[in-house]
Design a protein around this ligand. Structure first.
Ligand code: AMP
Ligand code: GLY
Length: 415
C-alpha cells in the first residue's frame, strides 16, 4: 500500500520509520518530508495549506492512506476535505481538532464534563484581561486561545510580565487568530504526556512519556516544541494510570460523544501530576513531537493496522503490544532555537553513530549531504532494558553527531 504522511518533523520521520520497519511492502510518500524521510520514501514539496495540491498528489501517486502529523492542517479541516471525497485519512475532523485549536473551548469543555484542570477565567480584550490579572495571585498562566506552535503559553511571575504579554497579544497582535486568552492557576508537579488511539467508542493507551519543554537544562529558558523525551516516566505506575483513565480519558470521550464529535485519531493529554492527582494542561489532537520518537520504537507490530482500525471504528477488535524496553530521545537543535537560528549547516558523522535511531526533524538532503533546515534538527533515540545504558548510548551518539551551533539538553532522563 502507498501511504502519504503530511508533515516534515521528527514525529513524521518516526511514523515513516515505524511503518517501514514493520514491512518493506509499504511505500512511503511525504509532504513535505525531510532529509531523513527522503532516505526511506519520496518527499514532495507542496503547500500544506492547499488541500487541492495535496489531492493532486494523492490522485497521481494512487495513495491508499493519508496520515496527518501536525495540528494546523487538522484544524484547517484536512480530514473533512479528504473524507467527503472518499479517501482514507487518519486524524480528527475540524470539529474534533478544536480541542487543540481553541484553548478556551478546551477549558470550557473540561469544566462542563468535570475533568480536572486548573481554575481559569477567559477574556477577549486587553482591558478585561488586565482587570483579571490585577486580582490574580502570582504565579499564574496566560494562554493565547489559538495555535501558536507551543509559544502561546507563559507562566507569569510578576504583574509587569503579565501586562507585557497581554499587550503583545491584544495590542501588538503577535499571534494570528481570535484574540482571546485563558488566564489560569499555575499547577505544580510533574508533567506527563498520555496519548491514546481512539475511535470515540473505544480507546487504546500508548506508553506514557515525559517531555522536556524548556530549551535549557533544569527546565530553564523559553518553551520549545520539546527538547527530549523518555518513556516510561519514573513516576508512572498502574494506580496513576487508572486515575488518568477514570478521571480524565473516559470523561473526555463521554464529553466528545455528548457533543456529537465523532473523534477518530490520536488524542494526547498533556497532564500535570500534582499532589491532588492528575490535571489536564492541554489536549493535542495528534501524535506528540518528540513523544512519538520514544513511543513508536516501543510499539510491536503494525502501526497501519491500528490506524486503519481507528478510521474504521473497529479499535475494539485489535490488541496492541508494547516492548518492555525503555526509550529515550535527545533533540539536537540549532543555536538560537526557539528564537532565530541559521540553517544550511552540514551534519557530519551521521554514519558513525551506533545502536541508536536518528529521527530527522529539520534537515534536508542536498547534493548527497544532510544539512540543517530547522530549529529542532535531529532526535537521537535509543531503546534498552537498562536505563543507565540507554542514557549512555544516546548521549554518546549525541556527542558524535556534529554540526555548527549544535545545542542539546544534558539532563534528559535524569528527573
Ligand atoms: P500547553 O500548551 O497548555 O500544554 O502549555 C505549554 C506548557 O506550559 C506546559 O507543558 C507546561 O509546562 C506549561 N503550563 C501550561 N499550563 C500550565 C499551568 N496551569 N501550570 C503550570 N504550567 C503550565
Ligand atoms: N511535545 C509537545 C507537543 O507535541 O505538543
Amino acid at each position: 500500500m502507498k501511504v502519504l504522511i503530511i508533515g516534515g518533523g521528527g514525529r513524521e520521520h518516526a511514523i515513516c520509520w515505524k511503518i517501514k520497519s514493520y514491512s518493506e511492502n509499504y511505500k512511503i510518500y511525504a509532504i513535505p518530508g525531510n532529509g531523513g524521510i527522503s532516505l526511506i520514501g519520496e518527499c514532495i514539496k507542496k503547500d500544506l495549506s492547499s488541500f487541492d495540491e495535496i489531492l493532486n498528489v494523492v490522485k497521481e501517486k494512487k495513495i491508499g492512506l493519508i496520515i496527518v502529523g501536525p495540528e494546523n492542517p487538522l484544524s484547517d479541516g484536512i480530514v473533512d476535505y479528504f473524507k467527503v471525497k472518499g479517501y482514507k485519512i487518519f486524524g480528527p475532523t475540524k470539529k474534533g481538532a478544536i480541542l487543540e485549536s481553541s484553548k478556551c473551548f478546551a477549558k470550557e469543555f473540561m469544566k462542563k464534563y468535570k475533568i480536572p484542570t486548573a481554575d481559569f477565567e477567559i477574556a477577549n480584550s486587553f482591558e478585561e484581561s488586565i482587570k483579571i490579572i490585577e486580582k490574580r495571585k502570582i504565579p499564574y498562566v496566560i494562554k493565547f486561545d489559538g495555535l501558536a506552535a507551543g509559544k502561546g503559553v507563559r507562566v507569569i511571575e510578576n504583574y509587569q510580565e503579565g501586562e507585557n504579554y497581554l499587550e503583545e497579544i491584544f495590542i501588538k497582535k503577535i499571534f494570528k487568530g481570535k484574540e482571546e486568552v485563558v488566564i489560569e492557576d499555575c499547577l505544580f508537579g510533574k508533567e506527563l504526556s498520555y496519548l491514546i488511539f481512539t475511535d470515540t467508542n473505544t480507546y487504546i493507551p500508548m506508553v506514557p512519556a515525559k517531555d522536556y519543554k524548556r530549551v535549557f537544562d533544569q527546565d530553564t529558558g523559553p518553551n520549545t516544541g520539546g527538547m527530549g523525551c523518555y518513556s516510561p516516566p519514573f513516576y508512572f505506575n498502574e494506580k496513576l494510570e487508572e486515575e488518568i483513565k477514570k478521571k480524565i480519558v473516559e470523561p473526555t470521550l463521554k464529553g466528545l460523544e455528548k457533543e456529537n464529535i465523532d473523534y477518530r485519531g490520536v488524542l494526547y493529554f498533556g497532564l500535570m501530576i500534582t499532589e491532588k492527582g492528575p490535571f489536564v494542561l492541554e489536549y493535542n489532537v495528534r501524535f506528540g513531537d518528540p513523544e512519538t520518537q520514544v513511543i513508536l520504537p516501543r510499539l510491536e507490530g503494525d502501526l497501519i493496522e491500528i490506524i486503519e482500525s481507528t478510521i474504521e471504528g473497529s479499535l475494539d477488535k485489535i490488541k496492541i503490544k508494547w516492548k518492555e524496553e525503555k526509550s529515550l530521545c535527545v533533540i539536537c537543535a540549532s543555536k538560537g532555537y526557539p528564537g532565530e537560528y541559521e540553517k544550511g549547516k552540514e551534519i557530519k558523522n551521521i554514519d558513525k553513530v551506533k545502536d541508536v535511531i536518528l529521527f530527522h526533524s529539520g534537515t534536508k538532503l542536498e547534493n548527497g549531504k544532510i544539512l540543517t533546515d530547522g530549529g529542532r534538527v535531529l532526535g537521537i533515540t535509543g531503546i534498552d532494558k537498562d536505563f543507565e545504558n540507554l542514557r549512555e548510548k544516546v548521549y554518546k551518539a549525541v556527542q558524535i553527531i556534529d554540526f555548527e551551533g549544535k545545542h542539546y539538553r544534558k539532563d534528559i532522563g535524569i528527573e
